[in-house]
Design a protein around this ligand. Sequence first.
Ligand code: GDP
Length: 298
Amino acid sequence: PAPEAPRAGFLGRLFGRGDARGAPRRVLDDDMLESLEDLLITADMGVDTAARVTANMAEGRMGQRLSSHEIKSILAQEIARVMEPVARPMPLYSKRPQVVLVVGVNGSGKTTTIGKLASQFKAAGKSVVIAAGDTFRAAAVEQLQVWGDRAGVPVMTAPEGSDPASLAFDAMIRAEADGADLLMIDTAGRLQNRADLMEELAKIVRVIRKKDPDAPHNTLLVLDATTGQNALSQVDIFLKLADVSGLVMTKLDGTARGGVLVALADRFGLPIHAIGVGEQIDDLAPFDPEEFAAALTG
Ligand code: GDP
């Protein structure tokens, strides 16, 4: 059987657990760097990013004798350095309504994330309207209504199979009439027919721009951390389909594949607005690079 993916704290693999005190110091040499690089790759950091992080780590430190604790903290520092520029909450504008288009493949956690965000915005005193733009999945619409109820936010829906763009337009009118601060628009995530999805997203954008030429003000791409390297190709795809302005990474609770965030930051430089850390309404946290790096390196 394939070896189990390492959990957070994967460096324990290299050093064994509980070796903080009296453990031998090791020389930082090519062998050690190679082992570290392998571990980073196993944690889904990707080959290029793992190489870059270990190279940065090596700079000025080759031949030093380091404890495992020191190695971990240097590594965490280097990882945090890659992540710091992208750790930015979703920008809020004075624009009313601020239109937030939410994209991502089905199952990535779009519905859940919209519910969590709506709840956070509401707690911050903002009024929010949600549009259930994935009109092709009745279950998705129902689920979004459940989340809207939880967050105490109205959810605009349309009959199954109807045009998402016309729902988005109606939602713009409603949000304007209500003086809502934010309008969050869910979208379909069927990648099977990419041309259709592209046209659908483009039409939503076209239509809402009739009401506000600057809309959408944010386009959030929701990614599932448990898909590992697959998240990278999803970003590639969605950058072609929509004007992605920021990321939300879900399911970071209990996955060993969080290293993909480092690869994402390194490769795309898109802001990471928040991370999903569970299935409950409060399980959405701001992205904290140092905390993340510490958890990843254990
Ligand atoms: P959508 O198809 O993109 O709208 O995805 P959903 O929001 O329906 O989420 C798919 C599944 O992932 C559901 O079972 C959610 O409870 C779960 N989920 C979403 N976000 C998180 C998260 O941050 N952590 C965990 N553990 N599960 C999540």
